[in-house]
Design a protein around this ligand. Structure first.
Ligand SMILES: O=C(O)CCC(=O)C(=O)O
Length: 215
């Protein structure tokens, strides 16, 4: 009982489980707390070298999610549209994708081809991401691997067409989702986060890393 009474998070004892929803493969508790902390440490130098920014969307608004990237390419958006860029908006190359992140890709996909982008999304209080498809990449036979860290986020999953029924699932810190096959071009988005539901990030918020093969 002292284990809980002293406030040690009960995440320490959750077990991995896998579920499949609309072709999305959801690995609950894939990363234990030690690996989650390892990823946060690996992300620190990336956020320092390539600070988070809030992209503008082509319609003129600004995304509530702040983001940056690692790898040869980074995702970017402004009045001219959605695309990948070889440099951070400040004009320097994106930092390399750290090995502890790349190894998750290898373990879950078994692919020799490595991702050339790790998009880092930060959801602060009230941030959300509307339903969208990931379709700025050249070859949709490669999956997208999505890693959740920090606060819980409500992921909404749809089909490959606009509109229609959707399902939702809460993602917690350490969950990993593989979007491949029928799910690769499925609409998805994050309706809301439960701010400060996790203690992984001292100031709260949710980090989501998506590994993508761009070229
Ligand atoms: O934050 C998430 O879980 C999903 C992120 C996402 O949809 C994207 O980066 O395209």
């Amino acid at each position: 009982m002292r284990f809980f009474a002293r406030g040690v998070v009960k995440d320490e004892i959750t077990a991995m489980s896998k579920l499949r929803l609309r072709g999305f493969e959801i690995y609950k508790s894939y990363l234990d707390p030690a690996r989650q902390r390892e990823l946060i440490e690996a992300l620190r130098p990336i956020l320092k070298a390539a600070p988070l920014f809030s992209p503008k969307v082509p319609s003129g608004g600004q995304m509530s999610v702040r983001m940056t990237s690692a790898g040869a390419y980074g995702w970017y958006s402004d009045a001219e549209g959605y695309r990948y860029e070889k440099q951070h908006p400040r004009g320097q190359d994106w930092p390399a994708i750290p090995d502890p992140i790349l190894s998750i890709w290898g373990d879950l996909t078994g692919l020799e081809r490595l991702p050339d982008c790790c998009l880092v999304n930060y959801y602060g209080e009230g941030a959300r991401m509307g339903l969208h498809q990931d379709k700025d990449e050249a070859d949709f036979s490669y999956p997208v691997v999505s890693i959740s860290l920090g606060d819980d986020g409500l992921l909404r999953l749809g089909g490959t067409g606009r509109g229609g029924k959707t399902d939702s699932v809460w993602l917690s810190s350490g969950d990993v989702v593989v979007m491949g096959g029928e799910a690769r071009l499925a609409y998805h988005g994050v309706d809301r986060i439960r701010f400060k539901s996790s203690r992984l990030l001292p100031k709260g918020g949710r980090l989501n890393l998506t590994l993508r093969v761009v070229t």
